[in-house]
Design a protein around this ligand. Structure first.
Ligand SMILES: Cc1ncc(COP(=O)(O)O)c(C=O)c1O
Length: 386
């Protein structure tokens, strides 16, 4: 695959320096076309071809299964977002007072609040500082917090603020041996980095489509290990989550045997068409190749940032930790000022944990990165002169 082909995957305007895929990604051109096509079809034919739409829904489940190497598409539920899937786990398990859940202090609120909300049921939350100064690795810090009362460890595959890539295999192996449930919020890596639910021995994995999967907000997926499917009681009920979902006349019902039991009502068909198109693009490009190009882009950003006076890269960019997120700050100019000025000049980025955060994707060109760094240099010069 040539780099020139990849640049054609997106139609983002040339005056936009888009470095914010860890927040919300632009849609690939094919995805935008699919949404337009689906809109036209709905306007002109309504749901005449609903059977065909159901086939696309099934295709999406199969494509997600392939992307994360799940054993079966029966393990995949289509959900609104990551938070909803995390809530399914938290409110589907039965807890005993005194149980505890281990999470990192630095987690995105979705992967903290839901666990803290279990306090009313007597569940203790152990918040572990991944960066507390000690010789231990972030994984060892989490593992050290696990005790005989720990039911579950929930972690992001990549930390949202600085891009720290977690060693999920180490965590999964430990949890498996200690009979602790292993839950992975994978929104910051699926679509960006190769991900294998089986090799990391994950029990639950969830991700939304609007970041590295390059799709609209409002549709994500939830992987639930087959062994645990019956142990997670649904917290939402409706026609769609029963075994015979099209048998509207029956007065009896049972939960679907597959992960569809977590899908209470009508599917998000528009989102399904979009997400399926984006994932098909990812699969056609190959996730290993996407990861290779993305890491190359992150490294290039780091290299360029090192040429900018008074900027320090805050992310761990060593080989095993680097991801699609690079966080940095200036020694004297506040990150808020830098962020506001960059945004005003179309460098689309984010500010997280007091750092400016750049997140390219695989298709981001060196010209876009060079342009963003040039603007950063200008912003710094002008701010210092003021
Ligand atoms: C690690 C992580 N989890 C979850 C979310 C958001 O999840 P949701 O799909 O519920 O909006 C984000 C968004 O930034 C995130 O970075």
């Amino acid at each position: 695959m040539q780099a020139t082909d990849i640049s054609l995957d997106f139609s983002i305007k040339s005056h936009i320096f888009y470095l914010n895929h860890a927040a919300v990604s632009p849609w690939p051109t094919v995805t935008a076309h699919e949404v337009q096509k689906f809109a036209n079809e709905n306007a002109q034919l309504g749901a005449t071809h609903y059977i065909q739409w159901l086939k696309i829904e099934q295709e999406l489940r199969e494509n997600i299964t392939q992307l994360i190497n799940a054993p079966s598409c029966d393990d995949i539920a289509l959900v609104k977002n990551t938070s909803e899937a995390l809530s399914f786990v938290a409110y589907g398990l039965s807890w005993e007072a005194g149980d505890n859940v281990v999470i990192a202090q630095q987690e995105f609120p979705s992967n903290r609040i839901v666990w803290q909300s279990l306090k009313a049921q007597g569940v203790e939350i152990k918040l572990i500082d991944l960066y507390e100064s000690s010789q231990k690795s972030p994984e060892d810090k989490l593992i050290a917090a696990i005790d005989s009362k720990t039911r579950l460890l929930s972690v992001s595959s990549v930390q949202y603020a600085d891009g720290l890539k977690m060693d999920l295999k180490t965590l999964g192996d430990y949890c498996h041996n200690a009979s602790v449930l292993f839950c992975v919020d994978a929104i910051q890596s699926i679509g960006a980095i190769n991900f294998d639910v089986q090799s990391i021995q994950a029990d639950f994995v969830m991700a939304d489509g609007h970041k590295w999967l390059m799709s609209p907000e409002g549709l994500g997926f939830f992987y639930c290990h087959k062994r645990l499917r019956s142990q997670i009681k649904p917290s939402q009920y409706g026609w769609h989550m029963v075994e015979n979902q099209f048998d509207f006349d029956s007065s009896t019902w049972s939960e679907a045997k597959t992960a569809r039991k977590f899908e209470c009502g009508s599917p998000n068909m528009l989102g399904i068409h979009a997400l399926n198109t984006s994932i098909k693009l990812i699969l056609s490009r190959k996730i290993e190749f996407i990861e290779h190009l993305l890491v190359k882009n992150s490294r290039y950003i780091v290299k360029k940032l090192k040429t900018v006076p008074q900027i320090t890269v805050q992310s761990d960019t060593t080989d095993t930790r680097i991801s699609g997120i690079v966080a940095f700050r200036h020694h004297s100019i506040s990150s808020e000022t830098l962020y506001n000025e960059l945004m005003a000049q179309n460098v689309i980025c984010a500010m997280r944990h007091g750092n400016v955060r750049f997140s390219p994707h695989y298709y981001t060109s060196t010209e876009v990165i060079d342009g963003a760094i040039e603007i950063l240099n200008k912003v710094i010069k002008t701010t210092i002169q003021l």
